[in-house]
Every structure is written in C-alpha cells, then in structure tokens.
Design a protein around this ligand. Sequence first.
Ligand SMILES: *[C@@H]1O[C@H](CO)[C@@H](O)[C@H](O)[C@H]1NC(C)=O
Ligand SMILES: *[C@@H]1O[C@H](CO)[C@@H](O)[C@H](O)[C@H]1NC(C)=O
Ligand SMILES: *[C@@H]1O[C@H](CO)[C@@H](O)[C@H](O)[C@H]1NC(C)=O
Length: 878
Amino acid sequence: MIMGGETKWVLKSQPFSSSISLILIALLLSSFANLVVSKDTNSSSTEKFSPPANFLIDCGSKQQSRLDDGRIFKSDRESSSLLATSEDVQVSVDTISNSTIVPPSLSPSSLPLFRSARVFLEESTYTFYIPKSGRIWVRLYFFPLPRQSYNLTDAVFCVHTDQIVLLHDFSVSNNTAFVFKEYLVNVAGNRFSLKFKPKKKSSAFVNAIEVVSAPDPLISDAATSVSPAGEYTGLSSSALQVYYRVNVGGPGINPDNDTLSRTWESDKKYNAFPDGSQNVSVTPNSIKFPDGGATAVIAPNWIYSTAEQMKDPLTMEPNFNLSWVLNVEESYSYLIRLHFCDIVSKSLNELYFNVYINGMIGVSSLDLSTQTKGLATAFYKDFVLNASAITNSSIMVQVGPANLQQGTKNAILNGLEVMKMSNIANSLDGFVNVEGKPIRPSERAKVMKIIAAIGLAMAVTAMLLLATVCIRWQKRPEGWENRKSFSSWLLPLHANHSSFLSSKSSSRKSSVFGSRKSKSGYSSLYSSAGLGRFFTFNELQNATNFFDEKAIIGVGGFGKVYIGTLEDGTKVAIKRGNPGSEQGINEFRTEIDMLSKLRHRHLVSLMGFCDEQSEMILVYEYMANGPLRDHLYGSNLASLSWKQRLEICIGSARGLHYLHTGAAQSIIHRDVKTTNILLDENFVAKVSDFGLSKAVPENTHVSTAVKGSFGYLDPEYFRSQQLTEKSDVYSFGVVLIEVLCARTVISPTLPREQVNLAEWAMQNHRKGTLGKIIDPRIASSINPGSLKKIVEAAEKCLADHGGDRPGMGDVLWNLEYALQLQEAASQIDHPEDKSTNFIPLDHPNEDDHKIGDSSVTYSSDKSEVTDLFSQIAKLQGR
Ligand SMILES: *[C@@H]1O[C@H](CO)[C@@H](O)[C@H](O)[C@H]1NC(C)=O
Ligand SMILES: *[C@@H]1O[C@H](CO)[C@@H](O)[C@H](O)[C@H]1NC(C)=O
Ligand SMILES: *[C@@H]1O[C@H](CO)[C@@H](O)[C@H](O)[C@H]1NC(C)=O
C-alpha cells in the first residue's frame, strides 16, 4: 500500500513533474535549437551585425536624413551633446549640381549627406561613448559647399583621434567632386574622440560623420607578409584607412546589401587585362560560409558569388596572369585582403593557382578545395605589403595557373580590399604625430647614418654621371644638339634590342636623325627617310580643336585616336600616345619602323609624326568607314553584301601577303583581327596597327612572349611561343569565319561549345550544318560554290599545325576564286546582265600593279583563275 501510495503519489505527481521536465527539456531543446539556428544564421548570408556603437550624424542639417539604404543620420541638434566647440557655424544648400563627381568608393545613396556641413573656426571635438572596446569604423564626408560666407575650398585642417592622425593639412580645393574617407581605428576605453583642428586663420568643416563599431573578427592580428616572405603579426595595433573595396567580376554593392554598410565597387577600372578575363557568377544564396573561416561579416555572399576567371580556360592552353592594378600612396605599408570562392570548378581539387602581389609570390599553388573542403565556399586571405615593396605608386594583384600537371589551367579572384596601415608617427597622412611633432625613422644615429649614406650615394652618382657625360661627349654623333624626346626613343633603348632600327648601321641612323639642323629642314629630311612629314604640335592642336574629346574616334592601350583636319582640308587620324608609357614607346617605335618601310594600297599609311613637347603622335591617312567589325555586327551600320565582304577579305589578304613576302624581311603582323582592318570611303580594306609586328628572317621563326587578341590567337603559337607567318594565317582564318557569321569570335555567355566562333563554325562545317550559323542577312545571296571555297580556305587557315596551313598567297587565290564564282552566279541570277561580258576585264590584281608594287607576285595564280573561270563560263553556256 505504501508502495502503492508512493506509486500513487508518484503517479499523481507525475503529470506535474513530467510537465516541468518536459518544459525544461523543451527549453533546453529550444535553446539548443536556437544555438544551432544562430550558428546556422552565423554562417549564412542573412547574418545581421548590430553594432554596439552606431553614431550617424548629418552635420549642419536641421533635420534627420533617411538614406535610401535605410540608414538614418541624426540632425545637428540631436547630436549637439557630442560636440565641444567654441565657435562653429552650420551651413547648407538646397541642391548640389548633379554633375558633381561621385567617387566609386561612395554609395550614391549617401549623396543627400553632402547638402549641409558644419564649419569649425576653432579646434572642436566630437566625443562618443563606445560600449565595447575594439575596432570602429570612422567614415567622413567632405564637400566644400559653394556660396557660403566661408570659402570652404580654402579651409585647411587636421583630423585626429586621441592617438591617430587621420588627415594632416587637409583641404578640398576641388568643388566638383565629393570626398569620402573611411578608417578602421582601435578604441581602448569607452571614449572615442574626433578632433577637427583648423590651421591658423583657416577653418575646418565636415558634412557627415559615422562612428560605428566593427565586429572583432573582421581584422585579425596576423597576415602573410609578402616582402620579406613570412608571417606578419601586430595588425591589431595599426589604424587602417580603406583604399579600395572591390567586387571582382560583379557589380558595385551598396551598403544595404552588406551588413556592415560597406560599399563595394566593380573591378572594371582596375582590371589590367580585361581581354584575358571573363566574369562568372552564381546565385548569391548558393554561397556557403565554412566553420571557422570567412563569414558574411568578412564579405557578403554577393562578393563571393561573382569572380573573374581566365577566358576560355578549356579550349586554349592559357599561360598568363589575370592582373589588377590599384594606385596607392608610397611610403606606407598596406593590408591587402583577397576573397576567393571556387564557383568555376565542377569537382573538388581541380583548381590550383598562384597569387602574386607586386610581382612577388603571395601563395603558391593555392588549392581552395583543401582550404574550404567544398565548392562555392567562401575563403579569404590577408597579406601585408611592406612600404619598401611599393614602387610606381601602385599595387598589382595577379592570379595565374600553377605550373602543375593536374587540374585545369585557370585562376580566379572574387574580391579585393586594400587598406593603408598607419606609420611610425601613428599617422595615415604624413609623418607628423597628433602632437604636431615630425617623426622620422628612429633615433639620431640612424638619421646620421642615412645622411652619410645619401651623401656618399650622391657623390658616387655625381662621379658616374660626370664619367658618362664625358664618354658620351666623346662619342657624340653628328647633329646631337638637335636630338630630342621622340627621336631618342626612336633610337634603340637597349643596346642589344634587336629592333629594326638598331639592326641598321649607325651611319644610316645618323643620316635619319643626326642631321636635323633646323625646323624648316625637318619635313624633307624625314620624308626622305620614309618617316613621312614632321607635324608641329601646334598644327595638330589646330587640326583636332585642341584634342577635343569630341574628336576621339578610338581609344587603345597606347592612348587615343582623334580625327583631325589639316589646314589644306585633308582629313587625318591622329594617334596620340600616353606619355611615359614604356610599352607605348616600344609599340610606337615598332609602328614607325614598320610603316616607314612599307607602302601598299592595302596597308594604312603613315603621313607623319610629331615629337614636340615630349609628345608621341603619329598621323595616318583617315579611313572614313572605320573598322570592318563595325560593319559586321554591334553597330547600326548597313550590312555589307557578300561580294563586298569578299572584296574586303581579298584586300586585307593582299596587305598581309605583302607583309609576309613583299619587304626585304618577312613581317608578321601578330594582331590580325576585324578591328585592325580599316575601310576607306570606297570600302577598300587596309590593314592597320603594326604595334605588335615583328620582322623575321625568311623561313624562320622568332620566340617571343605571346601577344595578340583572344579568339584570334594561333593555338600553336600559344603552345610553343614560336612565331611564324602562319600565325597571321590562323588569325585571318578566324576573320573569314567572323565575316561569314557576323558575330564576336569569343562569346562567353553562349553554351560551352559555341563560345569560340572558329571552333563552333568548324564543328558545324564537319556536321554539314554550317548554313545555320551564317549571317542571315546574306545567307540566301551566297553562291554555294563561293561559300564552299571560302569555308575550305578558312578550314585550312585554322589547321592546328602551322605547317598544314597555306601561305597568304594561296589564301588570296582561293578568295579571288570565290569572288569570281560569286560574280558568275549573280550574272546567272540576273539574265538581263547576260549581254555584258561577265568575265571581269578589270582584274582586281591590277590595283597592286598600278601602285608599282613589284614585290607582290601571283601572276601564275591569276592565269589559273582565268582558266578556271573560262571553264565556268563554258558550263554556264551549256
Ligand atoms: C560580364 O561580362 C560581360 C561580357 O563580357 C559584360 O557585358 C558584363 O558587363 C560583365 N559584367 C560585369 C558585372 O562586369
Ligand atoms: C541587393 O539586395 C536585394 C535584396 O535584398 C537584391 O534584390 C538586389 O539585387 C541586391 N543588389 C545588389 C547589387 O546586390
Ligand atoms: C605571372 O606574374 C608573375 C609575377 O608578376 C610572373 O613572375 C609570372 O611569370 C607571370 N606568369 C605568366 C605566365 O606570365
């Protein structure tokens, strides 16, 4: 009974106790579930970070500003308790000209913040209460509002925290652009102050301020040091200034799509080799964040879901780097964060690539699969680049395939951040500390050592200079007095550089350049040397209306091409090089080398050049109808008939044939493509752009770094780096296909097998379905015989091995034959023309002979053509 009673009690109380335990279990479970869930959300894209300190102030504004990205900035009155100042003024304007330049680091949603500002006439301090010590963002907005009682473009001031100099003797003299500065600084206690210190008799101002806590894991203490290679520790003691935050391969990302309200810009401006890269993207929701690695706080999934990869990694054998170049200020070290996420591989362990920073290895054979244990999984890596490793005020980030046998030859980058690190003066702007004391690298002894070293170096340099001058003086060539900028880069830069000019005897050089006596003598001297006429800078300024932007008809790596009208009314194309570019200098020199040797109806001719005022300007005949490509696709120009297209192909083939065989040395163009085939007012084709051309002794090849344009590049040249004329033949084969199908040679957005036009066309040709991909505007008018001939010619040009490809002479013959077939067919189609003699009397080859270009010989071909043609005529007569 007792037991029973007990039992009863137990039984009786069971509902009570079990309900408690149930509740407890439920609570436990739910908190566990919460844990799981919160862990889950931690590693998902939806994670929200709520900053413990979050001060957003629209300085000088009478009311709150609600931005489009959802953030609310407090008015001046609401934030007045934070500010200690003795003399200040609020200023505002109703509107700001919408032509004001918005820097890419700034989200357009923040533009309303620039409409008002607070002006400080004395040192003034904002003090913020920071609940939790750690890193905070400081974001400052500046714009010198016009028409104020204080001229804000004259304001010169410093901005400090308690320890760090953010801005020193700062001013915004340009009132056509907004200025945005972003910092990450450490706060040790609970107070953080921001001081605005006007220079004597000047003022300071600010349009908006953000002081916002950053999550602790954002910046860790350690990173990989690039130079010297090793580990870098102590990052947490550096203040940082954000220089670049780039979403590679994707669009700009606004603060509302980043839980830390960061703005990310697109990488387009910084991509140094856009032709070699191709953007890829996946849906942002498919991005996974690994345990203990990158989180959505490091970068939102939008960043990891887009990337640049190497163009066409499977169809070619690419061996190059993708490169990004970002300008920075020298004499600071930088923290560089690279974001990766393998959204290109089909399975694990396919992708291995190297990462370089300023030419030095950052990671060798990076294997994302091992790092993240999964595809589409976020990964990032921090590097510190020492100030001493920065030259040319730039940081270059490169990724390229690792030289391994396994895996695909590909490399990717998803995101890129560059942050300036504070220096020994605890400054991000100069070498003066918060107390206004100049700080120079270490103690006096060191300084003395440096001075001594500099002195010694100067003495040595001076002696060397003196010696060089003496030697050069003794060896000075005739007429050296007049030699200047342009001519000095026409002359070989390197003694052993095997360029056209340097291979000439020095006597020739001095006859070309050495006898420049007076300006009036220039033009005749130069034209006799084949360099065309000498143009004065003034003359070209007048021709282009002072290099008016409106006169630009083309832009390339070398600079801009303008249309100009000379005093006598002649239209010319004027190519003006970017000064100081070594590559530009070399390409210009090659172009002059080549063009001065070549005259042909189907090569664009050089009229002259200008080298005054360190300019590098070339003047060409003007080609009224522009590049062939514009007449094929991508513009609104009228479509060319098949016959016109054939004639254009024939013209360019003649130009190339002349290059390969016509001059003393065979010349390989190296960049044959439809944008380098220009059309004059009568649609006569001329080959242009000899910047990459190379002269080779007959029947040999030259080994050289692969240059050219994607989609046109000879795969054999790519593999072997050995250049022969047959590489031009390959590219010309691509041109033929492009002319036939009228689409881009590489279309990354199409299905895999269609990406590369030449391959796609050949595949269709073999299946007999080529008809389907021919330009529909001309498909019905092409005579089948003519088509067959062209496709055969193209197929031979595109042969894998150079040895199997025909020479340009053969190609030309086939093209002419195709034209004859086409013309014969159109005679049949139009019986009313029958009365006329349909054998063209005016053989196209005549043009060349008129020019008196004896070096082009294909007269035997010509008679064969005529033979064949008379056979066709007979056929038709039956
Ligand atoms: C991606 O590439 C395509 C084609 O090259 C281009 O049109 C597009 O603008 C690119 N997208 C981004 C976000 O860069
Ligand atoms: C930003 O996020 C919204 C949804 O939250 C999305 O619709 C939009 O496309 C995103 N924009 C960009 C540029 O990421
Ligand atoms: C890639 O860049 C690195 C560093 O600039 C260089 O050493 C390497 O040769 C480059 N690779 C190719 C294939 O150009």
